[in-house]
Design a protein around this ligand. Structure first.
Ligand code: ADE
Ligand code: ZN
Ligand code: ZN
Length: 264
């Protein structure tokens, strides 16, 4: 009896994982690298003045790295925005602690502010690169009731995980490509797409994420063991969607930075 309890406790602890942050490191690197490849010379120069030789692929993960620093605890709500099912993101009541849409607009203002000092602007740039990526992850514009899918337990092939982590990491990592390989294979958009995608607002990006949720939650691979089983069917269904979100995020991030750092 006692041994069984220990076993159950150990299994529970092995399965328990802290809430994951955002697109995993590679998702952020992919988006950062796509943006980097689409910067104007003026933007490259402006960015180098703030963060030196670091590329957008490198600085895009900083906002997750500081999550374990108590001094930055107040920044955790900035990675997502939630609204109850059936409610529009525009009209839903927002967290007074901030959210991903508010954070993008706020850090864009800091970067455009000639009065802001270099350290503040460098921080704003690092946050902006990260949050433009996050708002393109459908479950970062999700439901508070399941913490953006973090509370939805699923099986990814054999592994116990959650729906949020599937979208942050597993769908990308399944391809076993480095971020540079991913960008080389899939990181190119047509001029028409680039133009159309950039002609949109942060609110549009959030609405697009939101509109993906019914399909994200439709884990049709579910079997009789109650924990939904996600595998090849789910990958096949979402392959193009994941690709498009990563590409859109990178293209839009570069558009925003090209505009911010355009020579007056
Ligand atoms: N915590 C609460 N809601 C969340 C969301 N939508 N994404 C990530 N973490 C969350
Ligand atoms: Zn994040
Ligand atoms: Zn996430």
């Amino acid at each position: 009896m006692h041994a069984t309890r220990i076993l159950i406790a150990s299994v529970f602890m092995l399965c328990w994982s802290p809430a994951v942050a955002a697109w995993g490191p590679n998702g952020h690197r992919i988006i950062g690298q796509i943006a980097e490849n689409n910067l104007t010379d003026a933007a490259h120069k402006g960015i180098a003045e703030l963060v030196g030789r670091a590329s957008l692929a490198q600085i895009g993960t900083w906002a997750d790295e500081i999550k374990s620093d108590p001094a930055w605890r107040h920044a955790s709500p900035w990675h997502y925005v939630n609204a109850p099912p059936g409610q529009d993101i525009e009209t839903a009541s927002k967290s007074p602690r901030g959210d991903v849409i508010e954070a993008i607009l706020r850090f864009e203002r800091v970067l455009r502010d000639p009065e802001a000092d270099r350290k503040e602007r460098a921080e704003a740039l690092k946050f902006l690169v990260h949050f433009v990526a996050d708002v393109h992850q459908p479950l970062h514009v999700g439901y508070a009731s399941d913490r953006g899918g973090n509370d939805i337990r699923v099986r990814w092939f054999g592994e116990s995980t959650n729906l949020h982590a599937v979208w942050d990491e597993h769908l990308i990592e399944h391809q076993r490509l480095s971020f540079t390989e991913w960008v080389r294979f899939f990181g190119h958009a047509e001029p028409g797409e680039i133009e159309a995608w950039r002609r949109s607002t942060v609110w549009d990006w959030a609405r697009e994420s939101r509109s993906m949720l019914p399909a994200v939650y439709d884990h049709g691979g579910s079997r009789s063991d109650r924990t939904p089983y996600l595998g090849y069917d789910y990958i096949f269904k979402h392959h193009d969607g994941v690709k498009k979100r990563l590409l859109q995020a990178g293209i839009r991030l570069s558009g925003m930075l090209n505009d911010i750092f355009a020579s007056p």
